[in-house]
Design a binder for this molecule. Sequence first.
Ligand code: N01
Length: 532
Amino acid sequence: MYLDAIIIGAGFSGLYQLYKCRDQLGLKTLVIEEGKEVGGTWYWNKYPGSRCDTESHIYCYTFSEEIYKNWKWKERYPKQKEILSYLKYVERKLSLRKDIIFNNKVISADYLDKKNLWRVKTDKKKVFYCKYLISAVGSLSAANIPNIKGIKSFKGEWYHSGRWPDKKISFKNQKVAQIGTGSSGIQIAPVVAKSAKSLTVFQRTPNYSVPARNRKLTKTFIKNTKESYKQIKNLLTKTPGGHAFKFSKKSIFDFNESKRLEILEKAWLNGGLSFRACFGDITKKLNANKIVSNYIKEKIINIVKDKEIAKKLTDFGHPFTSKRPTLNTDYFETFNKKNVRLIDLKENPIVNITKNGIKTKNEEFKFDKIIFATGYDALSGPILSLNLTGRKNIKLNKYWKNGPITYLGLMIPNFPNFFIISGPGSPSVLTNVPAQIQQHVEWISEFIRYLEKSNSLSVEPEAKEAENWVKKINTLAKKSLFMKAKNSWYKGDNIPGKPKTFIPYPAGLPQYREICNKVRKKMYKGFNISLK
Ligand code: N01
């Protein structure tokens, strides 16, 4: 079957890109989705307690005033189920389903030089041909299931947070292990601990976490956000992370100690990702960051009653925000429960999984269920899993053997007419992702419009431009606090053998947007376009 465009993935990015390609560019378009429903990450991440930590009134599309105003969010942070309902609503509103095939995983895509077409194969033995191939597979969809010896022998059930099964899973009276304490693990533990007989949390690196302070949205708040649609939409293009909060222009050192504390207390009580913005230098300067890192540490120590456990939970070894900041609801309080244990993997590492549980250096545990909240082969993983072969039989896994090479995070040399939404080399995971996605979809769609008008056959970035882009990202990252974290998936540390290079674009969405706009104004400088 021949199509003008194929989009892989039916999450936030795939749905919007389908609408753009089909309804605004008039292209014959198909979305191929591995899951059985729309939703992308919000289809798969059905783990207990799953909820977004970006506020609901901005964790959504802003391209359509009607959609924005018609949808009513319930809470400050939307639950996974609510986001899924929202995406289904958008899909219905735009009549997208008829151009999506579900339960089909793309297993390979090959560029056919002579025909200037992509050949896309799925695990259901379907084959499609298209001119434009667009990845909407997301940044965090390739689950990292650690290769721990003995996993196959485990008699109980095990799950990964990002590939949570559809069936209902009960933890009532169960002995549960949880490996991993990132954003997912921090949400899972308090919920599982409520019903499990016991919960044992295996922690490799302790994580800073700020209270989420979730709450029901008031009618007044909902009304105000709808009335401020235009201002909110505009604000999301101006802030570094595409969030609705601005960073303070003041340094922490502009204030004496008591005033600093007053500001921090206020931000802590408000909760949320905006905590890091209460002083302008928290995320930029190590000395300012140290004060805030210590403040969070003190807060946790005051919550956790057992001093030994508190020490393990706060032995961070990296600055606050150098890894993805997390929000929590009663995560640290959970360790005051009698049925919850914390195992510090630094002093007591896992040796292997047994048929009955987990064996560590010092102890053997029995478990009924194991939860892997161990994160993802982030950003490059999902693209590599597509098994792309570009021009002249160039394999993407070889071309990226030293790390992902893209120009603007949007295209790859030697892989013509292949676009990436919110992947490596773009701000992606460092932002409120729907805001970044919309910028990408709109930029890509304008580019395709231009290519179609110009009678183009194919387009790809110049290799030199892509090399410079990767260098630029790594130069920017070196100046940031991100490089101070060990085991950071931002730089591939979490996956054995993954090249160590900084992957997302770290200088913020407005700067990135400006660069993309400049390239467009200069008639797509840096891209080689071949005409029919
Ligand atoms: O994954 P993570 P996540 N043995 O990589 C540990 C988004 N998200 O799914 O820090 C033992 O952050 C690992 O330890 P270490 C969001 O962007 C958003 O939690 O590498 N432990 C870490 O503790 C987020 O950042 C939301 O030393 C192992 C944990 O597992 C991203 O997804 C919710 C291990 C993984 O943490 C990923 O978050 C959920 C091993 N072999 C996710 N391998 C919201 O919006 C890894 N770990 C709320």
